[in-house]
Design a protein around this ligand. Structure first.
Ligand SMILES: [Zn+2]
Length: 147
């Protein structure tokens, strides 16, 4: 898959050198090429800026992975182009479209256990502990958000 910056990556390519997270995890095995986000005919964020968001989000997720003891993290959903998001979410402004939101699971820890460690410190974005569906949503939208 070709990134907006022109770099060619595979599913197994780390998002940045030494990251535990891959472009395959961010883009559903490279089936979701990064595209400009256009809503109601207006450019909201360019593909290149979304790529940059994904890189920064991988750095944030690697920090969380470390703080949880380095246990493997399974990504359920990360980047979603608008046409995918509209099929799976009612949220027109979902941060998954911006590349800075991840739905994930950590082996050996429940979402409630993860929330006790991370949620009080997650002030730069959205945090949602889905106890019933057994996953955690974190995003880095730049301001604290809860729902
Ligand atoms: Zn989410």
């Amino acid at each position: 898959m070709r990134l907006p910056s022109g770099k060619d990556v595979y599913s197994s390519t780390p998002i940045y050198p030494d990251s535990h997270f891959t472009w395959g995890e961010a883009t559903k095995n490279c089936t979701r090429p990064i595209q400009d986000l256009v809503i109601d005919g207006k450019l909201i964020i360019s593909a290149l800026n979304i790529e940059e968001n994904i890189v920064q989000t991988a750095k944030n997720m690697d920090k969380y992975r470390d703080s949880l003891g380095g246990k493997p993290i399974i990504v359920n959903s990360w980047y979603r182009p608008a046409h995918v998001n509209s099929q799976v979410s009612n949220s027109k402004w979902s941060r998954h479209q911006y590349g800075d939101a991840v739905d994930w699971v950590c082996s050996h820890l429940t979402p409630a256990q993860i929330a006790r460690q991370l949620e009080p410190h997650h002030n730069a974005g959205g945090y949602k502990c889905y106890i019933d569906k057994n996953f955690t949503h974190t995003d880095w939208r730049g301001e604290k958000a809860r729902w």
